[in-house]
Structures are given as structure tokens and as C-alpha cells.
Write a protein that binds this ligand. Structure first.
Ligand code: AMP
Ligand code: MG
Length: 647
């Protein structure tokens, strides 16, 4: 804990200057679907408590029974030290109403069809049933995590799960993927601070839908299983609002903020314990982490030093710095986050509150407050009404995630900087000697700098891969970045055109429709809003068409190189697999909230979640008019809306 604040911060805000290097593997999406496995009941789902079994609990309520026997009010709020969590049960929910379930989620967890209709399921996701027996004291007792965080660039101290309570971990018997199932809005915990432990219906609808939409888009994310209305729970925000509970799940809910808090308290033993836990129980073991020892013949291997492109030898990482296993863990975390932020940029998703407590150690999109997808392409847009400095704007996301990862690097600095001494008894017991400190600091700083380069490389490779796919290109060409990606972004920005619509509308365009200047200019208008050219900068309709047409000419030439003649149908099919028709935009979410909260509608949620789960489809067999409206042009007053943090 002796590292000072480091200032490494790769300048990633301008994507236009990027160079491309080798490929990076896609980390894949959460949970593989298995067409054959019929699933099991909630009761039969294999459950575990790896997290609570391996990490220290709140010393004041050490065991489940200690917590269970205590009055809820006695648990907190308070400061909890030397622990990763407190055992705490959800508050009871009166007359819960299950509003909607994600079918993709039940499948990924391994639940059988129809399980969501059982009383057991409904009571569990409402917080009224736990899988722990108070007589035998067997089973898994719920818990809330302890963490801290840097919020808007300032240290915020202890935060923790103030309204999320984890029920148990479950393992899908078919895919063997283990998830931690958690209820958000389930009542006060020791970490609720001054707040009520509740979540309102409107923000719960938003989190429920966007979690599944991101997963549908193959963007790593925490997931949502169900949405439950708590009709008797009136929650005070700006007004009195109905409460709700989202049952959500993830392979891990650990955040950078979890490490931040241990560091702030100087708890070096717990930092090490948590790092070990992360590598051994969240990642697939130390041997699975990026290594200088990997087969250098694999082009996608992280054995290639991303800075130099040269394979590194056994213990010498980039620049001859000794890499111990904690460095490899740090690299893995940074790489995962680079992949995810690349996908956010490629699909124009903005989280809105990228504090370190909202940055996952598994690189998952996590904690959905005032998030939004961009409508018109405006890189300076932030969905967060209170983010006056635009810290969490779209274009800042890659740099801000790196800023957060540097905070993590500082926490892990002692472990990664100690190099081969990391397992020396005196180092473990007593820490860094004065004599060793300069060497340790220098090594840690060098490593963090190198990992920053790796982060940048992984980010740019993944971003390019996704953009290329979205444009229907197969081969990689160095000039694509400048001539196609950058020019497209500049055009969308200047003409105030919709980002995600552009790609979907481009997909079915035939190359023969772009063969003359006149044809290209005619085609250009399919990318305009329904009112025609709306750019506030005063660009005329004809100038706008000419600019889009010029881009289409370059694109058509590249597409022809990659596909040859008469392959429009194949290219269209490939493009529609990566260019969603449905995106849960703010105006659509607002409409759904209105209809559920004020008009008592329910089925609208079921239709929306089905669209979110499968965003690339052409139709969903629901209400055709509604589907087309939600996927169509954004009503003028509904573009680029902002949200407050109160949820
Ligand atoms: P967020 O901005 O949602 O990431 O939340 C930041 C911190 O505030 C986390 O520790 C949350 O658990 C906590 N928090 C937010 N809203 C509430 C609430 N209504 N009740 C208790 N804790 C909350
Ligand atoms: Mg949070």
C-alpha cells in the first residue's frame, strides 16, 4: 500500500488515431445455451456458498445463526472491518407480484420450463424464501458484500451492497457455470448508509431489460432473472413510488471497489486473500491466466507482448520486468475490462456512473442506473443528468475504465511489484522493507504502464473487430480505421444521425444500389430521421446526402473486395447477426414504465424482454405495430434523454 497515485492514463478518447495489431479472442457471452438439457427445479439446482466459505465474514455477526437471531435493525448500518460481507436476510415482501421473467436467464441458470410459475420460485425471487434451515442451520444463508469506491474521482469510503442481498450460488448442471443469485431492492443491510434498501419500479424495469439486452448483444454483463413488484412497499424518492425487486445473477459481483476498501484500510492480508480467491474461484485458476509461458505460436495468445508484438520468455514480461502470478491476474482483469468497454463503444452503450464500485473484476457491465444507448452519435453525450463534467460520457468510457484499473493496480502494486519475492515469508508477514521499496515501486509502476499498453491494444483490436463485423467486412485493412470507421463516426456526428440504426439499415443495401453517385445520394436518405435532415449545425439536405454518399462509395468498394459480386444476401445475413434491430432506448423504456406503472399493463414487459433477449431478430411474434415502432425512428423529443441518479 505504498504506491502513490499513478498517472498512467492512455489517451483513448480519440479512436480515430488507432492502429490495429493482432487479433484478440472474444471472451464470449455469459452462459451457453443448451438445446438438449431440460433443466431442473429451483429446489434441485445445485447450490453452493463458495464466496462465504472462503472469505471472512463480518466479525460482529460471524455465523448465519448470529445474524439470524439478531434483530434486523441491529445489523447496521455501520462500518464493517476485516470482512468481505455480512450475513443478512432479505426483508419480507408482502403480496409480491411476479411481473416478468427472462427465458434466456432461466435457461442459462439451468431451470426447467415452467419453474417460474411455481410458488417456490415466486417466493424466492421476492425475498420470502431462503435456502437455509434455522433448525438444522444447514444450507446457504444470504449475505451482502462489503466494498468501497472512488465516486466521480473522489474516495467515498465504505459503500457495500446497500440494497442487494445474495441468496446463494447455483451451478447449471449442464454448462457447469456457477452464478451468484442476488436480489436488488430486498431491504436494508449493514451497508445501506442513509438510504432505505429499496429500489423503485422504474429503475428496476430499466435494469431488468438492459441486463438481458446487453447479454443478447453478446456484451459481457450481469444478468437479470426476474422482476417482482412489491405493491405494498411505497418508496420515497422525489415522490412516493412503487417498490420492486430484480433477481439478478453473475459469475461474480466483486468490483474494483472491493479491493479499494481493503487498500484504504491498509489491510494487506485481505488484499492478498481476495486476490487468491479471485484467481482460484472466480477466474478458472492461476494457470488459466494470461501468461508469458503460453504457446507463442498462437496468434491470439497473450504470450505476445502487446507492446512489442514479440513473444516474451518464461519470467520476463514486457521490458524485462519480472511477472509473478498477481501480475497475470491484474492483466486478466484489465483485458476483460478492455473487451467489454470496446463492446460498449461499438454498440454505443453508456453506463453513466463508472465509479470503481461499478467496475467489475470480471469485466462485466454492472449496476445500471442512468445508463443509455446513444441515439444520435454524439461522443460527448452522458446519460447522467448529474454528470456535469461529462466524466462518464460515451467518449470517456475507455479512459475512465483505465483510470479505475490504475486504482486496482495501486492496490495490487505491492503484490505485483514484489516480483519473485511475493512468497517470501518476511514479505508476507511484515511487508515491504525500506531497502526493497524503491525496487518494488519501480517494478509495479513499469508493470502498470505495460498493462496500460496491453489494455489499449486489446481494446482497439476488439473495437476494430466489432466495427468491421458491423460494417459487413471480412478482411482487415489498415486503412479501414481512418477511412471507414472514423469517417463514418464524423459523418454521423455532423449530421446528427442515429448510430445503431445506421448499421441495421445498411445491412440490406445491395451493392448494385450504390453504383452511381445519383443512386448513392438517393440511398443516403434511408439513414436520415423521418423529418429529413435535422442537423442543428445547418447542414443542408443535399450536403448531407452528398457526405453520406461519399462514405457509401468507399464502403461499397470495400464490401465488394471482401464479398465479390452477387453476395448481397449472404452479407446481409452476416450483418444482421451483429446489427440489432431492437435496442432498449430510453424512450422505449420510459413508455414501458408508464404503461406498467400507471396503466396497469403487464404483457408489455413480457414482449419487451423477449425483444431484449433476441435483439437481432426481424420480428418477435408479439404486437407487430409496437415492435416496428420501438425499432423505428426515435421520436424527436425522445432522443438523447438523460436520467437522474435517484433510483
Ligand atoms: P450505485 O450508485 O447504485 O452504484 O450505489 C452506490 C452505493 O449506494 C452502493 O453502495 C449502493 O448499495 C448504495 N445504494 C444506492 N441506493 C440505495 C438504497 N436505496 N438503499 C441502500 N443503499 C443504496
Ligand atoms: Mg453500485
Amino acid at each position: 500500500m505504498i504506491l502513490r497515485a499513478l498517472s498512467h492514463r492512455p489517451q483513448l478518447s480519440s479512436l480515430r488515431i488507432a492502429q490495429m495489431a493482432s487479433h484478440v479472442n472474444n471472451s464470449g457471452i455469459n452462459g451457453a445455451h443448451n438445446g438438449v438439457f431440460p433443466g431442473v427445479s429451483l429446489q434441485d439446482l445445485p447450490k453452493s456458498n463458495t464466496f462465504t466459505a472462503n472469505l471472512p465474514s463480518d466479525p460482529q455477526f460471524k455465523t448465519p445463526s448470529d445474524s439470524h437471531r439478531a434483530l434486523r435493525g441491529d445489523l447496521g448500518p455501520r462500518i464493517v472491518k476485516g470482512a468481505l460481507y455480512t450475513y443478512v436476510r432479505p426483508e419480507e415482501t408482502e403480496e409480491p407480484e411476479l411481473l416478468a421473467v427472462s427465458r434466456a436467464a432461466t435457461k442459462d441458470i439451468g431451470l426447467m420450463d415452467g419453474e417460474e410459475n411455481t410458488v417456490e420460485f415466486k417466493q424466492t425471487v421476492a425475498g420470502n424464501k431462503i435456502f437455509w434451515d434455522d433448525k438444522t442451520e444447514e444450507g446457504t444463508y444470504p449475505w451482502a458484500q462489503c466494498y468501497g469506491g472512488w465516486q466521480f474521482g473522489s474516495w467515498a469510503g465504505q459503500l457495500g451492497d446497500g440494497r442487494a442481498i445474495s441468496l446463494f450460488e447455483s451451478t447449471n448442471p449442464s454448462t457447469k457455470t456457477r452464478y451468484e443469485i442476488q436480489l436488488k431492492g430486498a431491504g436494508k443491510t449493514p451497508y445501506s448508509r442513509f438510504a432505505d434498501g429499496k429500489a423503485v419500479l422504474r429503475s428496476s424495469i430499466r435494469e431488468f431489460i438492459v441486463s438481458e439486452a446487453l447479454n443478447g448483444l453478446r456484451i459481457p454483463t450481469t444478468r437479470a432473472l426476474s422482476l417482482t413488484l412489491a405493491p405494498k412497499s411505497k418508496v420515497r424518492r422525489e415522490r412516493l413510488e412503487p417498490g420492486a425487486i430484480v433477481a439478478r445473477f453473475a459469475q461474480s459481483w466483486l468490483r474494483i471497489g472491493t479491493f479499494d476498501l481493503m487498500r484504504a484500510r491498509g489491510d494487506r492480508a485481505l488484499v492478498r486473500k481476495l486476490a487468491n480467491y479471485l484467481a482460484e474461484h472466480v477466474y478458472a485458476g492461476w494457470e488459466s491466466l494470461p501468461s508469458a509461458l503460453e504457446d507463442p505460436s498462437k496468434p491470439t495468445s497473450s504470450a505476445i507482448n502487446p507492446a512489442s508484438g514479440v513473444p516474451a520468455d518464461e519470467t520476463q514480461g514486457a521490458e524485462g520486468v519480472e511477472e509473478n502470478r498477481y501480475t497475470r491476474l491484474y492483466r486478466a482483469i484489465c483485458r476483460k475490462n478492455a473487451m467489454t468497454v470496446a463492446a460498449w463503444q461499438a454498440y454505443a452503450f453508456t453506463n453513466g456512473v463508472l465509479n470503481t464500485d461499478n467496475t467489475s473484476l470480471l469485466g462485466l457491465s454492472i449496476d445500471f442506473g442512468p445508463f443509455a444507448f446513444l441515439d444520435n452519435f454524439d461522443p460527448g453525450y452522458t446519460p447522467n443528468h448529474d454528470d456535469h463534467a461529462l466524466r462518464y460520457s460515451y467518449k470517456n468510457q475507455p479512459s475512465i475504465i483505465w483510470w479505475n484499473l490504475v486504482r486496482l493496480g495501486e492496490t495490487l502494486g505491492e503484490l505485483i511489484g514484489s516480483g519473485p519475492k511475493v512468497d517470501d515469508e518476511t514479505f508476507i508477514e511484515q511487508g515491504v522493507t525500506e531497502l526493497f521499496a524503491p525496487e518494488l515501486i519501480k517494478r509495479a509502476e513499469t508493470i502498470i504502464g505495460n498493462v496500460g499498453e496491453e489494455y489499449k491494444t486489446v481494446f482497439l483490436n476488439e473495437y476494430s473487430r466489432l466495427m468491421r463485423a458491423r460494417l459487413g467486412l471480412v478482411s482487415e485493412q489498415e486503412s479501414d480505421f481512418e477511412e471507414l470507421f472514423s469517417e463514418l463516426l464524423d459523418t454521423l456526428e455532423a449530421l446528427e444521425l442515429d448510430f445503431n440504426h445506421f448499421f441495421r439499415r445498411l445491412s440490406p443495401v445491395k451493392l448494385s444500389e450504390l453504383d452511381t453517385e445519383e443512386h448513392r445520394e438517393q440511398k443516403a436518405s434511408i439513414f436520415f430521421h423521418s423529418e429529413g435532415m435535422t442537423a442543428t449545425s445547418g447542414v443542408t439536405e443535399s450536403a448531407g446526402k452528398a457526405r453520406v454518399a461519399a462514405w457509401l462509395r468507399k464502403w461499397a468498394a470495400r464490401a465488394k473486395q471482401d464479398w465479390g459480386e452477387n453476395k448481397d444476401a449472404e452479407r446481409e445475413a452476416a450483418m444482421k447477426k451483429v446489427n440489432p434491430k431492437f435496442i432498449p432506448r430510453s424512450w422505449v423504456l420510459d413508455e414501458i414504465i408508464q404503461r406498467v406503472e400507471h396503466q396497469g399493463e403487464r404483457d408489455v414487459l413480457k414482449r419487451a424482454i423477449a425483444m431484449a433477449e433476441h435483439p437481432f431478430q426481424e420480428s418477435w411474434g408479439g404486437d407487430k405495430k409496437e415492435e416496428e415502432r420501438w425499432c423505428g425512428d426515435v421520436p424527436r423529443e425522445g432522443r438523447m434523454m438523460q436520467c437522474s441518479c435517484s433510483s
